[in-house]
Design a protein around this ligand. Structure first.
Ligand SMILES: NC(=O)c1ccc[n+]([C@@H]2O[C@H](COP(=O)([O-])OP(=O)(O)OC[C@H]3O[C@@H](n4cnc5c(N)ncnc54)[C@H](O)[C@@H]3O)[C@@H](O)[C@H]2O)c1
Ligand SMILES: [Zn+2]
Length: 368
């Protein structure tokens, strides 16, 4: 059975549909939620042969006008050069305002194709068909689209909610193992900030989720979409409450950058969550034992702290202060009260004493 979750957005809300086999029903879903004169499927060159070509054929055989546009897989492709190529391609092919862009792929595809949809002729409709855990539970939900720049990731973009999100857990069967665990880190994050029961369910189903069992994946993806959906519905344009989604990310981003991006986002955020929980414990905001509990949960994903290379604390600190999300030049942290609950004493994030941060990063090194 398909699960439908409505996500709030400025203007109108949109549904996220989660169900095994939904990809085969795409033309019918498009007719219902995103009717258009012409469609453009945008996908990377790994997903093209796996799924996007099939999507194209189905749309064609249901009588839709549709073309496929592809780019090289990988984060390095999420750049303005590809945005230019894609928008020029659409203009050359005579696409008009009655166009719908269908993004079939991971978060890179969703962000890049979404930015094309946000800007092409000042905005055309968009359907997100996420194919990674990360894209299903995180990137495709919330309307943020954009590209990376020389100065940093995601610095040029827009809010452009889709007409619908279609998550078919069957596609996770071909997702590489490391991409599965990296994406599930964000599901753990949703549990850690909002729902202890969901967090426990993830732990209990870990093996099924790592093997991409469609039923377990459907339930977990729907659980995360519901949680992230509630947050973005309450804070459609990222003015406050959405900050809680940043738990683990202040230190996570700094670790990722300090490793020269040899560390995956998932592994860095996993470590960031454990270390930020420790910060909270030291400040007596977070229930004692939370950091250990998170650490053992994330070990189930193969992403325990021991997977983090030794990094110079000063280098990590330097990336903290250059983070674009600082306020008045100071890093802010989302702190837990306990698993399933966030502290909101000074708004949803707060400053913490820098020497304590340095100490926690440093002690990690000694423990190695
Ligand atoms: N917009 C947002 O709110 C938001 C939130 C979180 C992350 N993001 C962005 O998402 C991106 C990361 O997303 P990602 O991890 O999905 O990366 P990705 O899109 O690069 O996908 C990872 C790799 O897996 C391949 N792949 C995707 N689905 C597959 C499948 N079903 N089978 C086999 N291979 C498959 C892709 O071709 C790619 O090589 C980052 O750019 C990040 O900034 C955006
Ligand atoms: Zn993240």
């Amino acid at each position: 059975m398909t699960i439908k979750i409505d996500i709030g957005a400025p203007g109108e809300s949109y549904p996220a549909l989660i169900g095994a086999g939904l990809l085969e029903q795409l033309p019918v879903i498009l007719d219902e939620y995103a009717p258009a004169y012409r469609y453009a499927v945008i996908s990377d060159d790994r997903i093209g042969p796996l799924y996007a070509k099939a999507v194209l054929e189905q749309c064609r055989s249901s009588g839709k006008k549709v073309q496929l546009y592809s780019f090289a897989a990988g984060e390095a492709s999420k750049i303005r050069k590809n945005w230019s190529k894609l928008t020029d391609g659409l203009l050359d092919a005579g696409y008009g305002r009655d166009t719908c862009i269908i993004a079939v792929g991971g978060g890179v595809t969703g962000d890049l194709a979404g930015f094309v949809a946000a800007t092409f002729l000042r905005g055309v409709s968009l359907v997100q068909v996420p194919t990674t855990y990360l894209a299903m539970i995180d990137a495709a939900i919330g309307g943020k689209v954009g590209v990376d720049t020389r100065a940093g990731k995601n610095l040029v973009g827009a809010f452009h909610p889709p007409k619908c999100v279609i998550a078919d857990p069957n596609v996770l069967a071909t997702l590489p193992d490391d991409e599965r665990s990296a994406g599930l880190v964000e599901a753990f994050k949703h549990g850690a900030i909002l729902d202890a029961e969901y967090y426990d369910d993830l732990r209990a189903d870990m093996d099924l989720l790592l093997s991409a069992d469609p039923e377990a994946a459907k339930v977990a993806v729907a659980g995360s979409i519901r949680l992230k959906g509630e947050v973005v519905t309450q804070d459609e344009l990222e003015n406050g409450y959405r900050q809680i989604l940043n738990f683990g990310h202040t230190l996570g981003h700094a670790l990722e950058a300090a490793s020269g991006y040899s560390l995956s986002h998932g592994a860095a955020v996993a470590a960031g969550m454990v270390m930020e929980a420790e910060l909270g414990e030291r400040l007596e905001v977070t229930e004692s034992g939370t950091s250990k509990a998170l650490s053992s949960g994330l070990e189930g994903l193969g992403l325990g702290l021991e997977t983090i290379p030794q990094l110079d604390p000063e280098v990590v600190m330097s990336f903290l202060s250059s983070d674009k999300k600082t306020r008045l030049g100071r890093s802010r942290y989302v702190l837990l009260r306990r698993i399933g609950e966030v502290e909101d004493a000074e708004g949803w994030s707060q400053e913490v004493p820098e020497p304590l941060v340095r100490e926690i990063i440093g002690s990690r090194r000694e423990n190695n």
